[in-house]
Design a protein around this ligand. Sequence first.
Ligand code: ADP
Length: 248
Amino acid sequence: PAARGTLLYLDGITVSFDGFKALDTLSLVVDEGELRTIIGPNGAGKTTMMDVITGKTRPDVGTALFDGRHDLTQLREEATANLGVGRKFQKPTVFEPLTVFQNLELALKSERGVLATLRFRLTGQTRARIDEILDVCGLGDLQDREAGQLSHGQKQWLEIGMLLIQDARLLLLDEPVAGMTDEETAKTAKLIHDIKDRHTLIVVEHDMAFVRELGARTTVLHQGTVLTEGSVDAVQNDPKVIEVYLGR
Ligand code: ADP
């Protein structure tokens, strides 16, 4: 495959709250099609970093570019979502009274404009697209179930499906396996492996077994900046990382 370019470029990002630097000259470069895991102790700045990428928080200084062209520091959340930045918070936020199918239908129609929806109706592809996502997320048998009746894991997969159906180019997943059983965690790892070739993913995670399972390049944040970056093995054996985790 042809070399793929940089999708996300953060450089020198600083975010202060009352003089306290939640992010301190943070730099992060993620290539199109990459799966990146982000780890770091509580308070390291992981959430603030996601807030900057989605336009929820504007940095004091620094560069944040999406696809080399879009200045994320000047965009609000709706605008970054429209560019294809899809965020999943730790707690699932599906529409509980609607069925699984209806949740996906709503996600499809709310993101694509009116014209795109018409085009999908005319070509009859809405159904096919939803079926495809149901299949990817392993929710085919549950498509008529109310989302409120799903297990915790199933809700999380549905929410990932809602980002996929909106063709998110960059998926930000915040602790996707928190609260999951081992079996659900394994299914989530498989889901991420299945979608990673077609999407760029940043996964913030505390569960090191899961990070290991994903086997991706890993960035360690500490005190608002990058402590180190590399393979899971390399970062886990890095004395700086061991000190940060054991020293707290
Ligand atoms: P993480 O997600 O890695 O746990 P956060 O990005 O939530 O870290 O927080 C980084 C630091 O910034 C923490 O010390 C936190 O208390 C502080 N912080 C985050 N948001 C705010 C805010 N809105 N006001 C004040 N301090 C904040």
